[in-house]
Design a protein around this ligand. Structure first.
Ligand SMILES: NC(=O)c1ccc[n+]([C@@H]2O[C@H](COP(=O)([O-])OP(=O)(O)OC[C@H]3O[C@@H](n4cnc5c(N)ncnc54)[C@H](O)[C@@H]3O)[C@@H](O)[C@H]2O)c1
Length: 363
């Protein structure tokens, strides 16, 4: 069975869907791995390393002609049209609900699995690309904050005087948020965190941060470890109760998400205005409307002296490890999708396993 790994073409994308190490394991399992020449270059995996691992380095057309096409990002129109009928296509689809492009692929006889549709169950953890990439984003977001901030994150005591630690607030304590808390603590910031799901309090405190607790009069806990959308009344109350905490912050990292909903607005324009000159907001939800009212996707803007960073692809800024994690997620998924046979791996019925069933986009 041939796996095709084309080079990613979206602007700024540096990741690749497999690494030489993971490809070698797939080849041992009986897959034939085809890689577009140069596909790993931006993630510092040269063609030579793939060849040494047993990969066939070839052209783009051959990769799209494979039995299974593996990519990181959503396909472009051309890529979607290049996958042949009868093949399987797997990547992040970056869409919710109706998706005309994926609909056309399915009409063309392609079966499509969306990596973000992976159910959040224990058995699927090692295949969960949203989590592996969010973890990286949470880490990288703190480094971004530190680089923009004109002061220290940790307390500093030097012969030239001392500096207080930065007061850093993380909003949303899911995968990205918890990693941001851990990274900011390692850098010595004074960390506070807030999440609408009460069960996060213990996780926040176990990382050495202080939990901000608000009485909204309703619970934000939804199903499957996700939050649910609050009523309009509770949203207004949340903004109002958070305002004083946020206005005191020197760095805010926002990661609040409800799947398939616009990002909740937690940092209002008034809060930004009240923050100290030189403060930083890193908005991880920038691609989804932003948790801060003033965020612009993929831009760094300065409003009222506060720098607001709307970078939408932090994993691409850590491309070697982000690719390695993603590649392992895919390899773990492939393992549950096939049976071994004398002639190599054979694809199972994808509707039989709850994981692949949930990921398969219906026609
Ligand atoms: N910019 C990037 O490069 C990048 C990369 C990866 C992920 N992301 C984004 O980071 C965000 C977090 O991703 P994740 O995987 O950690 O998601 P997650 O579901 O694990 O965590 C999101 C958290 O937000 C909380 N939340 C929801 N509504 C809230 C509210 N009103 N107030 C407070 N908390 C609230 C949830 O309870 C949950 O704990 C998402 O928006 C995701 O798209 C950005």
């Amino acid at each position: 069975m041939k796996l095709g790994i084309p080079k990613e073409t979206l602007a700024g994308e540096t990741r690749v869907a497999t690494t030489p190490e993971v490809a070698q394991k797939l080849i041992k399992q009986g897959f034939e791995v085809l890689l577009e020449s140069g596909a790993g270059a931006a993630a510092h995996y040269p063609d030579r390393a793939y060849v040494d691992a047993g990969v066939t380095v070839t052209d783009r057309a051959a990769c799209f002609d494979a039995d299974i096409v593996l990519k990181v990002r959503r396909p472009t129109d051309d890529e979607a049209a290049a996958v042949r009928s009868g093949a399987l296509y797997i990547s992040l689809l970056e869409s919710c609900g109706e998706d005309a492009l994926v609909g056309r692929m399915i009409e063309n006889g392609v079966r499509v699995l969306g990596m973000e549709r992976m159910p959040r169950i224990s058995r699927a953890q090692s295949m969960d690309a949203l989590s592996s990439q969010s973890n990286i984003a949470g880490y990288r977001a703190v480094l971004e904050a530190a680089a923009h901030y004109g002061r220290f994150l940790p307390m500093m005591m030097t012969s030239a005087g001392s500096a207080k630690p930065a007061r850093l607030v993380v909003l949303g304590a899911g995968v990205a948020g918890l990693q941001a808390i851990a990274t900011a603590r390692r850098l010595g910031a004074d960390v506070y965190a807030y999440d609408v799901r009460p069960e996060t309090k213990e996780q926040i405190e176990s990382l050495g941060a202080k939990a901000i607790e608000l009485d909204l009069g309703e619970s934000g806990a939804g199903e499957g470890g996700y939050a649910k959308e609050l009523s309009d009344e509770a949203k207004a109350k949340q903004q109002q109760l958070l305002a004083d905490e946020l206005a005191k912050a020197h760095v805010i990292i926002t990661t609040a998400l409800i799947p398939c909903r616009p990002a909740p607005e937690l940092v209002t324009a008034e809060v930004v205005q009240r923050m100290r000159e030189g403060s930083i907001i890193i908005d991880l939800a920038a691609a989804n409307g932003g948790n801060c009212k003033l965020t612009q996707p993929d831009q760094v803007v300065v409003e009222h002296g506060v720098t607001i960073v709307g970078q939408t692809n932090y994993p691409a800024m850590v491309p070697s490890d982000a690719s390695a994690f993603y590649a392992r997620n895919l390899a773990n998924l492939l393992e549950i999708m096939v049976d071994k046979s004398d002639t190599g791996p054979v694809l199972k019925d994808l509707t039989e396993d709850e994981i692949t069933k949930a990921m398969l986009v219906a026609g």
